[in-house]
Design a protein around this ligand. Structure first.
Ligand code: ZN
Length: 253
């Protein structure tokens, strides 16, 4: 008898500005049995109703592990996942990983050692399988963070800054359609509260202190793939290849 398919958790790890959220959403649009969960979005949403949480988020410091763990566990409830999935845009030619499972891409979790420990206690049906580390140098992520914009009308995410140096080729990420005509172009674009030079410096330091050790623990258990996205979103096929390769190796037959 074939083993029951597990829900595989794939964690995207990287400095703020490394693009992991963008890649996560694009991956989820390519595969029908993949749900994208941005822990940052979940926390920012809670912060609208919680002033203390809002202050922590805008300071660049990490949110308390207990709050993050609770938010993630709640988001992973079946009904919340279904709701999240309904908000994804799915490509018309989207594929299905053939292992029969439903899979989740977690952006921004686990980010600390304590969060990693929680992950290891999860039910065996939720398997933390793989972490993809987006390895991008500091100066590039800083340029990209300072260029991030969100349209308050259509919710589109853009980046007005491009990078072209040392093999890196990431043009600005501007709207292909819709926003320009419908929302009066960039009048309604806003920066995130935590995308300022001082707070970015704080977030880089937090990454080194708290998240780099997490990478080591994924690496020690042979579950870490390092991905260098030299050409930004043009690398999507190569990134999708990493996942397909993983699921091919672990497919249940
Ligand atoms: Zn817009």
């Amino acid at each position: 008898m074939a083993a029951q398919a597990k829900t595989t958790l794939i964690s995207l790890v990287g400095k703020p500005g490394s693009g992991k959220g963008t890649y996560g959403a694009l991956l989820a649009s390519r595969y029908r049995n993949l749900t994208f969960l941005s822990v940052g979005d979940v926390l920012r949403d809670s912060a609208k109703r919680n002033e203390t949480l809002r202050r922590v988020l805008t300071s660049g410091k990490l949110v308390d592990d207990t709050i993050v763990n609770e938010a993630v566990i709640e988001s992973l409830q079946e009904e919340n996942l279904q709701q999240l999935k309904a908000q994804h845009s799915i490509d018309s030619d989207a594929k299905v990983f053939n292992d029969g499972g439903e899979h989740i891409i977690l952006d921004g979790f686990p980010r600390t050692d304590a969060q990693t420990k929680l992950l290891s206690k999860w039910p065996s049906s939720l398997e933390p399988a793989l972490a993809i580390y987006f390895d991008v140098p500091d100066d590039i992520v800083i340029t990209k963070l300072l260029g991030r914009r969100k349209c308050t009308i259509c919710g589109g995410n853009f980046n007005i800054n491009g990078v072209e140096q040392d093999g890196w080729d990431m043009p600005p990420l501007l709207p292909k359609n819709g926003c320009k005509e419908k929302c009066d172009w960039d009048i309604h674009w806003e920066k995130r509260d935590d995308d300022t030079a001082d707070i970015i410096k704080e977030r880089m330091q937090v990454f080194r202190q708290e998240t780099e050790p997490v990478l080591e623990s994924w690496s020690d258990s042979n579950r870490l793939v390092t991905f260098v996205p030299y050409k930004g979103v043009k690398e999507m096929d190569r990134l999708a290849g990493v996942l397909e390769n993983y699921f091919h190796k672990h497919s249940l037959t």
